[in-house]
Design a protein around this ligand. Structure first.
Ligand code: NAD
Ligand code: IMJ
Length: 271
């Protein structure tokens, strides 16, 4: 038996930790999405989930995945660059759930051409789009969720990456957007702490998802990450998911405004 999450996939760890708790997960695209890994962990511990999907293109995929969950899950279309979409989601969520105890943000986007070459060549438009989708959306969604989260207190969890603080080849404008997201986590934590709403980030090591495949040099990057990481391996989605579960749950009631690194000990190494 190893301590990695592999065994938990074949024999999921379940409990009543989140029994009676409800929440919204944003960012499921397919079965490899980190958001889907997190959803499975939350559901395994009794949570009732609602989901957003980006657009019609992803509706079928999200419908099929969520049909496997123990509780029926409401699905709402939401492009986070659209204020009306966000308002509609929370109106429907109020009708369907009445209150929520957690919100999971797993959304990032930059134009493909911005994720190669020099960061100095980033276009104004490309900068705005990456910031809007990947950083501003956390503020807009948290504000819209506030009335539902404050009823019983709650937890907001957002996914981030080391490229926010260190220069990672090709991450470019996404690094600036994640720096904005992480700063946003701290300011939101300060704004909402008195309402017993906590806001934290999970900084995951590289995982082979839709948002990572197709990035030039990603496979080589996974190899070098494994080589430098203290644990000598790359992270599994279930490990990222279990940390998000911890932050979403009352087990982390004293933690807010923090970024937890789930990177197999990559960041701590000096060389
Ligand atoms: P993914 O492609 O499965 O998820 C990204 C999601 O963002 C998709 O569901 C997509 O529909 C959504 N999205 C993009 N633009 C949107 C918009 N305008 N409106 C609504 N949704 C939109 O990939 P993933 O790797 O699971 O990414 C999830 C999160 O994890 C992202 O924040 C990413 O930065 C972060 N992350 C990923 C890695 C990695 O190596 N894969 C590492 C650290 C952090
Ligand atoms: C993304 C780009 C460059 C380097 C990268 C990544 N590394 C990692 C990622 C080293 C781990 C994945 N990641 C952490 C992301 O946040 C990805 C965001 C992303 C990915 C795409 C690909 C397709 C596209 N736009 C994107 N926008 C954001 O068109």
């Amino acid at each position: 038996m190893t301590e990695t999450a592999t065994m938990t996939e074949s024999q999921p760890f379940t409990s009543d930790l989140l029994k009676g708790k409800k929440g919204l997960v944003l960012g499921v695209a397919n079965k490899r999405s980190i958001a889907w890994g997190i959803s499975q962990a939350l559901a395994n511990h009794g949570a009732q989930l609602a989901f957003t999907y980006q657009g019609e293109r992803l509706k079928d995929s999200v419908e099929q995945l969520t049909a496997t969950l123990p509780h029926p899950a409401p699905l709402y279309a939401c492009d986070v660059t659209n204020d009306e979409d966000i308002q509609t989601v929370f109106k429907k969520l109020d009708e369907d759930f009445g209150s929520i105890q957690f919100l999971i943000h797993c959304i990032a986007f930059a134009k493909k051409e911005e994720l190669t070459g020099r960061t100095v060549d980033t276009s104004r438009d490309g900068f705005h789009l990456a910031m809007d989708v990947s950083a501003y959306s956390l503020l807009a969604l948290t504000k819209a969720a506030e009335p539902l989260l404050e009823k019983e207190g709650g937890s907001v969890v957002a996914l981030t990456y080391l490229g926010s603080e260190k220069v990672i080849p090709n991450y470019n404008v996404m690094g600036l957007a994640k720096a904005g997201l992480e700063s946003g986590i701290r300011y939101l934590a300060s704004d909402l702490g008195k309402k017993n709403i906590r806001v934290n980030g999970v900084s995951a090591g590289p995982v082979s998802t839709l948002a990572a495949r197709g990035i030039s040099g990603f496979t080589t990057m996974l190899e070098s990450h494994r080589g430098r990481a203290a644990l000598g391996r790359n992270v599994e989605i279930a490990e990222v998911a279990n940390t998000a579960l911890f932050l979403a749950s009352p087990l982390s009631s004293g933690i807010t405004g923090e970024i937890l690194y789930v990177d197999c000990g990559y960041r701590i190494m000096g060389a």
